[in-house]
Design a protein around this ligand. Structure first.
Ligand code: ADP
Ligand code: MG
Length: 309
């Protein structure tokens, strides 16, 4: 049984269809990255899955239960961090978490125990007596995470948990998500591919409210890695370069200084290209001074994926 399912979800806001026949299945105990540019429909999807807003058409399931008919079950099994975490700024961190825990546990000692665990897990001990309004964005985000986790739900949906955070907090949030791997299903959204690297078992890409791809991260990465452009610093005549690089993919000369040129080539072939490319250049009398593999950014990947649709 899948932990999270979107079955043909459509959401129409007045004058705008934010989600169109969207399907998604997430296996239990996996970390799932939900990627898409701003406005793609990530928050809309997550708000529907967690029961915060209602879809126009289609169905959502959490642990096999349809969400609209089983809203109590969903609230008991799903922790949700919305895009803007609803925090009470005039409460201290500890009081707020205790208030949240008491919604789930009638026994006060049990609730207190859960709060202590959440404070520990989210590294919030040092600020537990501070007012939430007085915390930095990174700490507020951690309070939001602690609040979503307070009853240790098996399924977690986190809407852009790392957005707007400083690099150190991003690393910490990533570690926290990774620590949840054991015994939890986590779906988190991001508009930045780097954030999901090394963390996700599976990724789903959405654009303009439609599914672009949903696959294991390993397979997606392999596909993207082959598309990474080479950046090569060379010395050689334009015609010679054109001849040497013929058939290897599109290339551009991006910089030219003295006689040296920096060329960027996007490989058109799937297999490992570096050794053959080097040999070919050298055989044609081109000197190579530097060669590196560039990063593929998310925009390029999206464009690439969309062109294949
Ligand atoms: P994402 O989270 O991927 O940035 P959203 O799900 O927030 O995307 O938004 C998807 C699209 O729906 C956007 O074009 C956004 O402007 C629009 N949208 C979101 N919420 C509303 C709303 N309440 N009313 C009208 N349009 C909305
Ligand atoms: Mg959003």
């Amino acid at each position: 049984m899948d932990a999270i399912v979107a079955d043909n979800l459509t959401k129409t806001y007045p004058g705008k269809t934010a989600l169109k026949n969207f399907n998604l299945s997430i296996s239990p105990n996996t970390i799932h990255g939900f990627l898409g540019p701003n406005g793609a429909g990530k928050s809309t999807t997550m708000n529907i899955l967690s029961g915060l807003i209602k879809q126009t058409e289609g169905k959502a399931y959490i642990m096999g239960k349809e969400t609209l008919e089983n809203s109590f079950f969903v609230r008991r099994n799903l922790g949700f961090l919305p895009e803007i975490p609803p925090l009470y700024g005039d409460m201290t961190v500890k009081d707020f978490l205790l208030f949240r825990a008491r919604l789930y546990f009638t026994s006060k000692p049990k609730a207190k125990g859960q709060v202590d665990k959440a404070l520990e897990k989210m590294n919030l001990k040092e600020v537990e007596r501070r007012l939430i309004d007085h915390l930095s964005k990174g700490f507020k985000q951690r309070v939001g995470m602690a609040s979503a986790l307070i009853f240790d739900p098996p399924v977690l949906i986190l809407d852009e948990p790392a957005v707007g955070l400083d690099p150190k907090s991003i690393v910490e949030i990533r570690k926290l998500i990774s620590d949840l791997r054991e015994g939890h299903t986590v779906m988190f959204s991001s508009h930045h591919l780097g954030e999901v690297e090394q963390l996700c078992d599976e990724i789903t890409v959405i654009r303009d409210g439609r599914l672009v791809l949903s696959d294991s991260y390993g397979r997606v990465k392999k596909r993207f890695a082959q598309k990474k452009p080479f950046e090569i610093l060379v010395k050689g005549e334009d015609q010679v370069l054109a001849k040497a690089l013929d058939g290897y993919g599109d290339y551009r000369i991006v910089r030219q200084e003295d006689q040296k040129k920096t060329i960027v080539i996007s490989p058109s072939q799937e297999e490992e290209l570096a050794p053959r490319l080097c040999r070919r250049l050298v055989e044609n009398g081109v000197d190579i001074f530097e060669m590196k593999r560039g990063e593929t950014d998310l925009e390029e990947i999206f464009i690439d994926l969309m062109e294949k649709q």
